[in-house]
Design a protein around this ligand. Sequence first.
Ligand SMILES: *Cc1c(COP(=O)(O)O)cnc(C)c1O
Length: 340
Amino acid sequence: MQVNLTSDTATRPTPEMLQAMFAATVGDDVFRQDPTVNTLEEFAANLFGMEAALFCPSGTMTNQLAIKCHTQALDEVICEEKSHIFQYEGGVYSMISSVSLNLIQGERGKILPGQVAAAVKPRYDWLPISRLLVLENTCNKGGGSIYRLPEARELVKEAREHGLAAHLDGARLFNALVETGESPADWGATFDTISICLSKGLGAPVGSLLLGPQELIDRARRYRKVIGGGMRQAGYLAAAGHFALQHHVDRLAEDNARARRLAATLERMPYVKAVERAETNICIFHLAGDRQASDFLDQLAERGIQAVPFGPQTVRFTTHLDVTEPMIDYVLETLTSLED
Ligand SMILES: *Cc1c(COP(=O)(O)O)cnc(C)c1O
């Protein structure tokens, strides 16, 4: 059996999603003439109670457009040190927006109460101007950790008291919402802008959305175009995203439950030193003794299981739409059978 636990970006469109893509009515989205893109943007904006949305090729683009629209050159963005915008976006905030990051050390990628207020810089000519707070829910490198809405609201309040705007990197926000039962609209009411990924556990092949006020989204649309993100008949992709938002949200609870099953078995394995709490669809664990992640991943690969290293002795498993219950059974059997 082949099981791909590399990332929830590995999902491929289901037959029903492909059907929706085939059936899409399209036009040139750069002229705003693609009805399917327009429908997706309206649908998502409504879901979050935001004025407008912008369909982009990637979550890196939606995050970076948000940073660009909220800041000016020589401003700084406050975020946790495990943030995707710091770890995995190539440092491009320095290029596109000419800003620096003020990194906070929190817990599991989450900023703690009081840390935002403490991080905001006083206004001196020799200091960057703190302008934007970015939170990430769930936090990937934090092990898929969840912010509860009251926690996020407290941090955003600290930011606003100092005149900062607030952006949410919600690439996997729905993985959190199916656990907490919180509504997208309440999250929309808390942040100035939100980015969500359609191409992760939601199962669309491509696409992310930036949600926010009309005026900001209009500016983001212009920046999207000049950095090469204006897509023409993007409706074929938007149709997949729209289908995902309608049909693939509730099922994320299954992915989360499967990651917890993996974590529970790993806890009992002698070759595992520690398993980070699996709150959503990500399970990060650390190997015992001098076992190397690369060797362990080779052993798994020989048995048809793919995953990624998250450090010299650390491994990440990610569950998603294309990982079924029998596949998880197979992974658990395999893990149990591995030599200590
Ligand atoms: C995947 C991801 C993104 C966006 O990544 P792209 O590969 O550019 O779509 C942003 N933030 C987080 C937390 C992510 O996991």
